[in-house]
Design a protein around this ligand. Sequence first.
Ligand code: GRG
Length: 294
Amino acid sequence: MNFNEKLKHLQDLINQGLDNLLPKNTEKPAHLHDAMRYSMNAGGKRIRPILVFAAHEIFPSDLDPLPAAIAVECIHTYSLIHDDLPAMDNSALRRGMPSCHIEYDEATAILAGDAFQPLAFELLSNSYSNIPEVSIDLIKILSSNAGSRKLVGGQMQDLLSEGQEPNENELSYIHSNKTAAMIRASLEMGLKLGKEGFNEKKLEKISQVGHSLGLAFQAIDDLLDITQTSSRLGKDADHDSHNGKITWISLKGEAEARKLAIKHSEDALNFLKFVGGDSVFLSELIHFMLIRDF
Ligand code: GRG
């Protein structure tokens, strides 16, 4: 399988897994389950769950990365649903479709996001219960990265920074937490499920890979926001400046933001060398994430 075929294969596997593991939209409360499936199936790139697979592949084991991959996508999708709400980024378009609160209503969107959070941890505790220490470690990684010191904290500061003077320290905090934390968690979880999952040194290195990759991902996201159309992105383009967001573009300009994306991707590849194992697919993925145009 070449890289593109593998990417497609994993996306299909993840989408099938999501279909099997999410509550059916015929199950009560059908309205809520329908909204959850709507947002999940609206067509995300599935980057984070693919990263779980890519990290697992470095030191493959018999443990199935699929439930962990789906747990990460549940947290990510909840964060998108809540981010789109009028009280936050107020976005009407997500993944090429009307955002959850537009298609349903605000209360349903809040509850759909809420429901994805315990579902993620339920999946981790149920799916790896025959190896409790792995299950606990996965829960630790995902919960610590989703909380007020990481994802939610980054989102809080992002909202507080709207309309403020661009400030490099603040921007680094926001990107490290709002964006890089979930990317780092995905890689850590994938490695944890592999044969070297106990190896603290390797876990630390993969965490550095994830941090740099997350920063590169956000710099590219900022660039795409100003260079691509809403229909290509599947979300409102030029949204950052409308919301008075500080971004690398507002702080340093487009050319610097592009240089930064390249530098962080190179850092990620350099850290990856210290992890060892078979990192061919993850290296290709890092490259793909740098040159993506959506
Ligand atoms: C509500 C707690 C809370 C957090 C929201 C996800 C998020 C944090 C904000 C969305 C805005 C944004 C630019 C976040 C940075 C991370 C990012 C680029 C998310 C979009 O990820 P993609 O491009 O989306 O992987 P798909 O739809 O492909 O899954």
